[in-house]
Each structure stands twice: as structure tokens, then as C-alpha cells.
Write a protein that binds this ligand. Structure first.
Ligand code: GAR
Length: 207
């Protein structure tokens, strides 16, 4: 796997921990970021994984940045590309050829609350349930076919901090379990959406 991450890297760490515990039969071959100081890069380097950051400011356009980023990703020839807290929109030119092997974890029950500050969005909407989703990446913002979800209750007195912490705790196993299914080649992207063992999913897997 190649992992794309912009910040803290706790989802990357969950993957690394599962790999080192022997519960995920996969490997991270490179970590890539749009932020030079992203803690995710240090997490990778700490276990000897190559980590690269490119600064969008050094490129004349989003497409030029995306192209350079994926030139770097291609050098490690990943089977899967995992967006784990990667916070920049990716353009169609880099996404379309890779959709079937690129996933993203998003902190909401998609299609609810796309975009940023999802916990704040959920609280403002008065939602009683929130959660996280893993989906194949398309050029539509948080819009690709959803593979798996985990619901999390919104509790009285919740604020953004408490709700995001409760969701994050469930994101980690959700991502690891979904990557496990992909690594086992049980999940794939068909013409009409997500396939599990070659059959269309009726709805997202509840993991
Ligand atoms: C996670 O909550 C992830 O779902 C979210 O950013 C956080 C990254 O945390 N991703 C998005 O909002 C993408 N739209 P991490 O860096 O500790 O894994």
C-alpha cells in the first residue's frame, strides 16, 4: 500500500500496528503528504518506511501538484492507495486511472456530511448518529462508492472534540478491516458499485 496523509497519521498508525501485530497481511511501501511537517511522515520513517512530502506552493496548479505527487507514488508501485487523512481534493486526471485501487476514510456516514468539519456539521444538524465510511475514490468530493461504515452515537453534551474522538476510535478498526478485505481481494469495484466476493453489495458493509 501507499498511504497519503496530511496530518496526525493515526489511521496510518493503525495500519502499521496491525501489520506489525501480524493481523493484517499487507505492507506499507511509502507514505506521501502535501504537508512537509505532517506527523504521519515521522510515523513512517520511525519504522523505516520511505516518506515523501511535496508542497503545493511549489507547483503552478492543482493538476501539476497531483501529477508530481502520483509520479512519486508510482515509483513504489503500490497495489492499493489509501487516503488516510489526506485533506486535498484530487483531480480526475490522477483519480480516474486509479479509482479501483484507491480508497479514502471519511469521518461521516456518507452520503451525509461530505467535506470538512464533519463532526461540527453533524452536531449542527442535530444528528443522533454519526460515524465513518471507507469508499473508493472518485473525482467527486467524498462521493465514490461506499465500501464500509461504522455508526457512532451522538451523545447529549457532545462537542466537536468529544464526538471526533469517539468516531476516530472506530475509524481505526474500520480502516484496518476494510484494507484486510481488499488485500484478500474479496472487495472490488465493479461497473455498478462495490462487489464483495464478486457479488454486488446491497449497502455498505457495517464493520
Ligand atoms: C480522520 O478523522 C479522517 O477520517 C479524516 O481526517 C482525520 C485524519 O486523522 N479525513 C477526512 O476528513 C478526509 N475528508 P489521522 O491523520 O489521525 O488519521
Amino acid at each position: 500500500m501507499a498511504v497519503l496523509a496530511s496530518g496526525r497519521g493515526s489511521n496510518l498508525q493503525a495500519l502499521l500496528d496491525a501489520i506489525s501485530a501480524g493481523t493484517l497481511d499487507a505492507g506499507v511501501v511509502g507514505v506521501f503528504s502535501d504537508r512537509v511537517g505532517a506527523p504521519a511522515l515521522a510515523r513512517a520513517r520511525a519504522v523505516g518506511i520511505s516518506a515523501h512530502a511535496l508542497s503545493p506552493r511549489d507547483y503552478p496548479s492543482r493538476d501539476a501538484f497531483d501529477a508530481a505527487l502520483f509520479d512519486a507514488v508510482d515509483t513504489v508501485a503500490p497495489d492499493l492507495i489509501i487516503c488516510a487523512g489526506y485533506m486535498r481534493l484530487l483531480g480526475a486526471a490522477v483519480v480516474a486511472p486509479r479509482s479501483a485501487r484507491m480508497i479514502n476514510i471519511h469521518p461521516s456516514l456518507l452520503p451525509d456530511f461530505k467535506g470538512l468539519r464533519t463532526h461540527r456539521q453533524a452536531l449542527a444538524a442535530g444528528a443522533s448518529r454519526h460515524g465513518a465510511s471507507v469508499h473508493f475514490v472518485t473525482a467527486a468530493l467524498d462521493g465514490g462508492p461506499v465500501i464500509s461504515q461504522v455508526p457512532v452515537p451522538v451523545l447529549p453534551g457532545d462537542d466537536e472534540t468529544s464526538l471526533s474522538a469517539r468516531v476516530l476510535e472506530r475509524e481505526h478498526p474500520l480502516l484496518v478491516e476494510t484494507v484486510r478485505l481488499l488485500a484478500q481481494r474479496r472487495i472490488s469495484l465493479g461497473d455498478d458499485g462495490v462487489l464483495l466476493d464478486g457479488r454486488s453489495l446491497a449497502g455498505p458493509l457495517q464493520l
